[in-house]
Design a protein around this ligand. Structure first.
Ligand code: HEC
Ligand code: HEC
Length: 369
């Protein structure tokens, strides 16, 4: 036994350089792999604990115990000392704070908006900030104090608009939420509570909230209405249709379909005739006429176009927010707003299975415009 023990100096001569080399490799390696600095410190600390252990193994053995109290003391010492050391050291490390522990996505250019990581992180921000207490997202959520951000399709709106509504909710009221209680309901402290990364991730998530099978729904549950019957939207849609909307510069439905609904181009669809059938030129042709076009068909034709005709896939170029508006307006040629006796029914909220189906069937255009 005695022959194997070394003095502390002998002991350190070989082990210290090994520890330093191992630490160096750990530090550089974890750094290259993108670990945060506190993790790097943690890895090196583990190597240090290893060094202590190996030093201990080669230390001179203790004298044999003579009394049982002595062994109890040693066991407690061996247990208590590392425990205290460990707690003292780890207490110096930054403590868990959910505010900073959300994955920090970098969302600063268009292609990043749709990155899976940003969207996932944004959903966590949505959950942890209790947005679900006032906002449903399609079928999920706890109350209808604020708009259902799924059926409203907040994802159709621009990045800046959504951000502004979160940071400064008093700036513009959601349609149908102008009663005094709703006006002040949305907390106005998120701009301070959320850091830039969280805010961007949140917007990235909200931008995915679309429904390719229904036109947006506005208003406070249960007094809701669809864009088909929204006077304001129809007016805005007229601007798009006639090529007067600055956000869709270059798009002018009237050039072909006519400002008064009389087609300017032979073969262009005539919106004045409610009995016009769906085009036969598309493989997914539906046996319906204009007055019964499902929202999904209307939207699909306008965003994807009609193959080999001047009806281009406008949805690959222009923001869908405006295309839905133009569709709402185009309907007025055969069904004028002031002659309607009833509003179109508000569609049922899509189920989880339906939403999965949209993704599977590729109904979303990428990137989201
Ligand atoms: C206490 C209830 C409440 C909470 C919590 C809340 N909101 Fe709201 N929110 C509302 C109400 C009510 C409105 C509609 C009135 C308005 O526009 O301010 C609204 C409006 C909005 C709008 C604008 C919608 C539009 O029509 O343009 C967005 C976006 C929004 N909320 C996002 C969020 C997000 C994100 C969170 C969580 C970080 C959140 N809200 C938390 C009540 C709430
Ligand atoms: C460059 C000319 C042109 C422009 C611009 C244009 N369309 Fe068309 N559109 C057509 C033609 C041509 C057809 C008929 C295609 C066919 O042969 O079936 C058509 C068909 C349609 C149909 C019917 C699709 C079906 O189910 O058969 C709809 C709806 C429609 N257009 C909406 C719009 C809207 C809304 C806009 C503006 C956002 C627009 N179009 C812009 C040329 C145009």
């Amino acid at each position: 036994m005695e022959t194997n023990s070394k003095t502390l100096k002998q002991n350190l001569r070989f082990k210290l350089p090994v520890f330093l080399i191992v630490s160096e490799i750990l530090w550089l390696g974890t750094g290259a792999l993108g670990f945060p600095v506190w993790w790097q410190i943690e890895f090196v600390s583990f190597a240090f604990v290893g060094l202590l252990l190996f030093l201990l193994l080669d230390m001179p053995s203790l004298k044999p115990e003579t009394r049982s109290s002595q062994s109890t003391f040693r066991i407690i010492g061996a247990y208590a000392f590392p425990t205290i050391l460990f707690i003292t050291l780890t207490a110096q490390l930054p403590q868990f704070d959910p505010k900073y522990d959300v994955p920090p996505p970098v969302v600063d250019n268009f292609s990043e908006y749709t990155s899976k990581e940003s969207i996932e992180a944004g959903r966590q921000v949505f959950e942890s900030n209790k947005c679900f207490n006032c906002h449903r997202v399609f079928w999920e959520g706890n109350s209808d104090r604020g708009p259902n951000l799924g059926t409203k399709q907040i994802g159709l709106y621009s990045w800046d608009y959504i951000k502004e509504q979160i940071v400064d909710p008093r700036k513009k009221q959601s349609p149908g939420f102008d009663d005094p209680k709703s006006k002040l309901a949305m907390p106005d402290y998120y701009g301070e509570d959320l850091n830039e990364n969280e805010l961007n991730a949140l917007v990235a998530y909200l931008r995915t909230l679309r429904d390719p099978t229904h036109i947006p729904v506005e208003g406070k549950f249960p007094d809701q209405w669809t864009w088909w019957d929204d006077k304001q939207i129809v007016e805005e849609g007229k601007l798009v249709f006639e090529g007067k909307e600055p956000e869709t510069e270059g798009l002018n439905c009237a050039v072909c379909h006519g400002a008064d609904g009389i087609p300017m181009m032979t073969g262009a669809f005539d919106f004045r005739n409610p009995n016009n059938p769906d085009t036969k030129k598309m493989p997914d042709h539906m046996d319906v006429t204009l007055k019964d076009f499902p929202d999904a068909l209307y939207y699909k034709r306008v965003t994807r176009g009609v193959d080999e005709t001047p009806m281009a896939p406008w949805g690959t170029i222009f923001p869908h927010l405006y295309l839905w508006k133009a569709e709402a307006y185009s309907r007025t040629f055969h069904d004028p707003l002031d002659k309607r006796t009833a509003k179109k029914p508000v569609p049922p909220i899509p189920t989880k299975e339906e939403i999965e189906g949209w993704k599977k069937d590729g109904l979303f255009l990428d990137p989201l415009l």
